[in-house]
Design a binder for this molecule. Structure first.
Ligand code: FES
Length: 308
């Protein structure tokens, strides 16, 4: 038998690479179905967890052949070395992710990517006592959570409005309650909280004398557009997250281009968070529809064998 001779340095390097791979194999340590079509996963990714900040995202690949999917980091635990992601089944790729189970692993998890939320750069003194209003729509509730948690831990006063289609699509209610001052819920059908839109709740709170120094809205593009129009009337600074525009999250596909303040920006590199008053929402919404047909085609299972 021929023995493979390698130097001691190479052996040590190989050992390090193997232990790194074994340590960070992106194993799903927890999976929870939040609704029939939304799942939460806690993934082992210690290096990523060590440097993740609210507002950032990561990219996962289910296997060697699957596409790269950018997902917002919804929580991280530096001690356990895990990051939490939340996925809603909207097409073929998200379905593949949600089909994974506890004990399975992603082939790749890359991040943290994108710019962290602006308040990360503020001192604790600057944050303490500041009044924030977060407006979360649907799946946008998940990325709102780490921001609220961070600000609450720094002594800010944080109110949160969650808007959902109905009570069955409501996520993160208990988690959010634990880290905010006041939680307001509204649903389209009135099955939980107030019946109506998040903009109705905003108007109500302001008319009751609530004052905010800063607001953040994350959710469907149409919701963020109308929250922006509403907040503008009250002169409250507003940040929005354009994470739903991203396709590959690498800065190369160009799908997330958006005009902000008259300049072309990439949501995955320059964002995903931007000053809401500078965003061209109509252009962003047009861009979102471009990939819908491709995703629907990928999700379509031909029953007469044409794509087998
Ligand atoms: Fe592809 Fe930003 S998501 S360039």
């Amino acid at each position: 038998m021929r023995l493979l001779k390698i130097s001691r340095e190479k052996a040590i390097l190989f050992h390090h690479l193997m232990s790194y791979k074994l340590f960070d194999m992106y194993k799903i340590v927890k999976k929870e179905l939040l609704t029939p079509i939304i799942c939460l996963m806690e993934v082992q990714a210690s290096r990523l967890a060590a440097s993740a900040q609210p507002g950032q995202f990561l990219i996962v690949r289910v296997n060697d052949k699957s596409e790269r999917i950018p997902l917002t980091i919804c929580d991280f635990d530096r001690e356990k070395g895990t990051v939490t992601i939340v996925t809603q089944i909207v097409g073929a790729s998200s379905r593949k992710i949600c089909n994974l189970n506890e004990g399975d692993s992603f082939v790749d998890v890359v991040g943290p990517l994108g710019q962290a939320s602006e308040f990360i750069h503020s001192t604790d003194e600057e944050i303490k006592g500041k009044r924030f209003l977060f407006v979360a729509g649907g799946l946008g509730t998940a990325p709102v959570y780490p921001q609220v948690k961070y600000l609450h831990s720094k002594g800010a006063s944080v109110d949160v409005i969650i808007g959902s289609k109905n009570v069955d699509m409501l996520i993160f209610e208990e988690q959010m309650k634990a880290v905010c001052d006041n939680l307001y819920i509204c649903t389209d059908d009135g099955s939980k909280g107030e019946k109506g839109l998040v903009t109705d709740v905003i108007k109500k709170l302001i008319s009751q004398g609530k004052q905010y120094d800063q607001a953040v809205a994350i959710g469907p593009m149409i919701m963020m557009k109308f929250v922006t129009l509403t907040m503008k009337d009250f002169g409250i600074p507003l940040i929005v997250s354009l994470n739903t525009l991203m396709v590959d999250g690498t800065g190369m596909c160009g799908a997330c281009r958006v005009t902000v303040g008259g300049k072309m920006k990439f949501a995955c590199v320059d964002g995903p968070e931007f000053d809401a008053y500078q965003v061209d929402f109509d252009e962003a919404m047009r861009r979102q529809t471009i990939y819908k047909d491709v995703e629907m085609e990928a999700d379509h299972k031909c029953r007469i064998g044409l794509n087998s």
